[in-house]
Write a new protein. Structure first.
Length: 318
């Protein structure tokens, strides 16, 4: 139990307490009154908090490409964002590209197929104009959504249920988790980051979204221009210490990366970095991550994830 208690204190406090305990053991008859007082001051808070296990914070659920595994929904759709809101998810992740005429669209793949002049065309989506994409429909019949469609919904939800006079006490605001995809050139990466952040700021949501990206160019730009908005790195090739040094808010890595580097969970916590893991769809992986003490889980199965979290923390409270 002592080891668990010590783990809840800073490394400096732990070292200080260990030294004091060692001195007490070696000099039981010579211990000074001041040393005894310092020992008591540290030991009492330790054991007051360790008599029983303290409940850990519940991880938050992020719906991967929105909540799309349900009726009348589709990946990266307006419906999937709205259904993530209805489910009460912490966040709804979505993929963003800047078109050649500087519109921000929701789409995952870097290439898109559409019909033009009676023929099927396949192009990089960031080389298309929005006009070219206007006829593209998602599997639920929606047209290709624009980021402004999402931000309008998010703004209305926030103003009504969080900032408004009739704020709902138990309401969970669902954050747009904005993944800015890697574009065809570095310059377009930077332009996309600037355009998306400008739009977020115009809606007054810079404190109510989060940014994620694989591109370090995009991340570096966002860290510079969006100091109040969390920026998480997806690449999986930087240690927590490197992320902290570069100014990231946290890591957002694939579960295979985190299983390979299991020590990064603890290292990130010690550096006060947030930890998100994707894309977590099996019960086995969900349980494994809860045991690591993570902050967020990104999943295609938000209903299952919420159920497992609820079962775990209901048991802890008994």
């Amino acid at each position: 139990m002592l080891r668990k208690c010590l783990d809840r204190h800073s490394p400096g406090d732990r070292l200080f307490l260990i030294i004091i305990l060692r001195e007490i053991k070696n000099n039981m008859k010579k211990i000074s009154f001041s040393l005894a007082l310092m020992t008591v001051a540290l030991i009492i808070p330790v054991f007051m908090g360790c008599g029983s296990e303290q409940p850990e914070a519940k991880p938050a659920v992020i719906a991967h490409r929105g909540y799309w595994k349900t009726d009348q929904s589709a990946q990266n759709s307006i419906a999937s964002f709205q259904k993530a809101i209805e489910l009460g998810c912490y966040g709804s992740e979505m993929d963003l590209y800047l078109t050649s005429d500087n519109r921000v669209v929701l789409f995952h793949d870097n290439r898109i197929k559409f019909v033009k002049n009676g023929s099927e065309v396949s192009k990089r989506i960031d080389s298309c104009s929005y006009e070219e994409l206007a006829g593209y429909t998602l599997s639920n019949g929606e047209s290709l959504p624009l980021l402004e469609d999402i931000l309008e919904i998010a703004k209305a939800e926030y103003d009504k249920n969080v900032a408004g006079p009739k704020r709902k006490k138990e309401y969970v605001y669902t954050k747009p988790i904005l993944e800015i995809k890697t574009h065809s050139t570095v310059s377009r990466d930077i332009e996309a980051a600037k355009a998306i952040h400008k739009m977020v700021t115009e809606y007054g949501l810079e404190d109510n979204v989060e940014y994620i990206a694989f591109s370090r160019n995009i991340c570096n730009e966002l860290i510079a221009i969006a100091p109040t908005t969390p920026v998480h790195y997806l690449g999986g090739d930087l240690t927590p210490a490197e992320l902290k040094e570069k100014g990231f808010s946290g890591l957002d890595y694939n579960i295979s990366v985190m299983k390979t580097h299991n020590a990064w969970f603890k290292e990130a916590r010690e550096l006060e970095l947030k930890v998100n893991v994707w894309t977590v769809n099996s019960e086995e992986d969900m349980v494994y991550l809860l045991e690591q003490g993570i902050d967020f889980v990104t999943t295609d199965e938000p209903v299952m994830m919420r159920s497992i979290i609820s079962d775990r923390y209901n048991q802890q409270s008994k």
